[in-house]
Design a protein around this ligand. Structure first.
Ligand SMILES: O=C(O)CCC(=O)C(=O)O
Ligand SMILES: [Fe+2]
Length: 707
């Protein structure tokens, strides 16, 4: 009765090695690892030929089996191999070959291309050339084969085996065959497009060779296919199962005890503000709210933007003398580059013997206050929370990398960032937010400087080239990313303009907190006068920012003394106000978007059966009333189907008097509410006037919708 022994070679316990061993264990395979802890003498096989050391290690270990006719050896590389079948399956495939030794095959003739024509010809869909990263055979035969001629540690093992295969008497003596259809061995280099994954009837994920229609057992990410193997490794070897979801994500995790936060590990939190970033105030609020003991967090902030000084200093002074274990602030005037700052964060962490470095860019909003805790509990060397810009395809992780090192979309990219498949993903690149173990920082080369690439890309490329895996988890919702593109800090209230680029953040800041109750129909609008509907629409902050923006602009129109108005297409307003139009402050398009998103849904609830999309409005303006300026507005109709009139400040506090009176109903609204909109028909029934302001300044925002 044959028994299978897997033999792999690894001198270092790299992440790839751990993945390999896990795959063997998952399949219940008996295995022996050769070379652990020894110095590798087989050369730099990533870049050039070499690997004879592997053969010599194998000779040593097989000696004990040289007379064992029943022992079948499956020899494989380890750092870049995943085994996906059990011994029964592998042995039965081996027997099908009726051969003593079977080598894997690939499409490249390497390392000696001149040997191409010495190889037997194969069918079009098969692979012709020997790859020595995986072979299977009887121990006694393999031992005899590899001891026929000596090989130096630094010689090339693939060439060694190739010559034996191409020597016809040897080939025939051992009945050596190549696995040209990838029955057992799938070498991925040059064949990535030929494979895909599928779930079998038990939910197990299998690799499928679309060209030869086989389901290989040993997957080898040889040559340039290392990252493809990493991607497939997210599913293979029961990392993921269609029945059980992610399996490997539950392995090796830890639990932080909410009852004993003193035991939670020390974290260096490094915050990088490298570009003007909208909603930085909210960013800091979310950082402050993280569910993590502050005395376990040392903070380092790098701020590269003068514009953000005030906000950063506010956070800094709020926390300087209390709460955080320490807090350090590199300002614009310190003149440190992003590279230097990122490097000092690493040094800071190492110096304080931190357990984790948590690197967070200013674009990262942790809406989930457990974010840091959850990441630590996942217990990975390098882990990023998968986050995206809402509604878009931008995220902080890459599913693949092009051969030039640029972003490339993987087939599962959208499933990952949209959370359709949940896992802790081995990814080629993460950014914006990530957690690295202090013990890992000690081992990795810390490299941020490279003129040709972004510092974080450089950092992770170096890490990747040194055989460390990095992961991104989408097991939880951690938050979202801010889009900083085009954030114009020369505006006095630049976030007002973010309604397009950061709609959700804009909404949180600027839409009235009770608006949703009204939009959903849970609460009905008030009706202070016949067919005048009244409901909350914008936040206090929007009211204040709008006034600030208009006062900063300052070019108030002449009001009643100046009926000719060059700002209006007709050049003439019947009952002019002292106002500034949205067009004058570059806010027209933003305001129209706001009308469409927030006002129109309310209008459709109120004036049923009237539907016009998008709502049109040429005249959108902020009005200012003052006793010494224009203090009232005489009765008039508006040039609109319906009018929206939002109070921007508070009667009896900011001004005395004021309000609107609807003449036909002799009904007035004087106790207007800041941030609340009134909407009423424009042209026929709601003849109205602006009541006299007797003190202070009254501001309103008016839109004539569908003129
Ligand atoms: O003062 C008010 O609230 C009314 C303003 C108005 O009717 C208008 O601007 O057309
Ligand atoms: Fe009006």
């Amino acid at each position: 009765q044959e028994s299978l022994l897997v033999v792999g070679v690894a001198t270092d316990e790299t992440d790839g090695y751990k993945r390999y061993v896990r795959s063997l264990k998952q399949n219940g395979l008996e295995y022996e690892i050769l070379g652990l802890g020894e110095e590798w003498k087989g050369g730099d096989i990533k870049r050039q030929a070499g690997g004879g050391h592997k053969v010599n290690l194998l000779i040593n270990s097989l000696e004990k089996y040289k007379n064992d006719e029943n022992k079948v050896i499956l020899f494989t590389d380890s750092y870049d191999v995943i085994v996906n079948d059990n011994s029964e399956k592998i042995l039965s495939k081996f027997k099908e070959f009726s051969s003593k030794i079977v080598f894997g095959a690939e499409g490249f003739c390497w390392p000696d291309e001149t040997l191409v024509d010495s190889y037997p010809v194969v069918a079009d869909n098969e692979k012709r050339f020997l790859n020595s990263g995986g072979f299977i055979g009887y121990a006694s035969d393999i031992y005899e084969l590899i001891t026929r001629e000596p090989i130096k540690d630094e010689d090339d093992d693939q060439l060694f085996y190739t010559k034996m295969f191409l020597n016809i008497p040897t080939r025939e003596k051992f009945n050596i065959r190549l696995d040209t259809k990838s029955e057992i061995f799938q070498n991925l280099n040059g064949a990535v497009q030929e494979v895909s994954i599928f779930a079998d009837e038990n939910g197990k994920i299998e690799l499928f060779n679309n060209v030869t229609k086989t389901v290989p057992s040993v997957v080898h990410g040889n040559g340039a296919a290392k990252l493809d193997l990493n991607r497939l490794g997210n599913y293979l070897a029961n990392s993921y199962s269609n029945n059980d979801g992610c399996v490997s994500c539950k392995e090796d995790t830890i639990q932080l005890n909410e009852e004993d936060k003193n035991q939670w590990p020390e974290v260096t939190l490094a915050i990088f503000i490298e570009q003007p970033t909208p909603f930085l105030r909210e960013f800091f609020q979310k950082i402050t709210k993280l569910n993590y003991p502050k005395n376990k967090i040392s903070v380092l902030i790098h701020n590269n933007e003068k514009y953000h000084n005030l906000e950063v200093e506010k956070f800094f002074t709020n926390h300087e003398s209390s709460s955080y274990a320490s807090i350090k602030y590199l300002t614009v005037t310190d003149d440190s580059s992003e590279q230097e700052a990122r490097r000092s964060a690493v040094e800071e962490c190492l110096k304080s013997d931190c357990k984790f470095l948590f690197s967070v860019d200013s674009t990262v909003h942790f809406d989930n206050s457990d974010a840091l805790k959850l990441l630590i509990e996942q217990n990975r060397s390098i882990l990023a929370p998968v986050m995206k810009r809402p509604g878009g395809s931008w995220s902080n992780v890459w599913g693949a990398v092009s051969s030039q090192g640029f972003y490339k979309r993987s087939d599962d990219y959208f499933d990952i960032i949209d959370g359709n498949i949940l896992n802790v993903w081995n990814l080629p690149y993460v950014s914006e937010a990530f957690l690295i173990k202090g013990e890992v920082l000690k081992k990795i080369p810390v490299e941020f400087n490279d003129e040709t690439m972004d510092p974080t890309i450089k950092f992770f490329t170096t890490i990747r080239n040194n055989d460390f895996f990095m992961y991104g988890t989408n097991l939880h919702e951690f938050g979202h990313l801010i889009n900083p593109d085009g954030f114009n800090t020369s505006k006095i209230r630049p976030e007002l303009f973010e309604i397009f680029n950061n709609f959700e953040d804009w909404t949180k800041r600027y839409v009235h907190p009770e608006y949703n109750d009204y939009a959903s129909g849970k609460v009905k609008p008030q009706v202070p006068c016949p067919d005048v509907y009244w409901f909350p629409i914008i936040s206090d902050e929007f009211c204040e920012d709008l006034i600030t923006m208009m006062e900063d602009f300052g070019q108030w129109s002449g009001g009643r003394n100046n009926k000719e108005d060059s700002r209006i297409p007709g050049g003439y307003e019947n009952v002019p106000t002292v106002d500034i139009h949205m067009t004058q402050v570059g806010y027209q398009q933003h305001w129209l978007h706001f009308l469409r998103k927030f006002v129109q849904p309310m209008q459709q609830k109120i004036f049923i059966g009237y539907y016009s999309d998008p709502p049109r409005a040429d005249l959108n303006f902020v009005v200012r009333y003052r006793p010494d300026e224009q203090d009232h507005l005489t009765p008039h109709h508006d040039a609109s189907m319906y009018t929206m009139n939002i109070a921007l400040n508070i009667p009896d506090v900011d001004f005395q008097g004021g309000g609107v009176r609807f003449v036909r109903y002799d009904c007035s609204v004087t106790q207007t509410i800041k941030g609340w909109a009134m909407i009423h028909p424009g042209r026929l029934t709601h003849y109205h006037e602006g009541l006299k302001v007797k003190g202070g300044t009254r501001y309103i925002m008016v839109s004539f919708i569908d003129p």
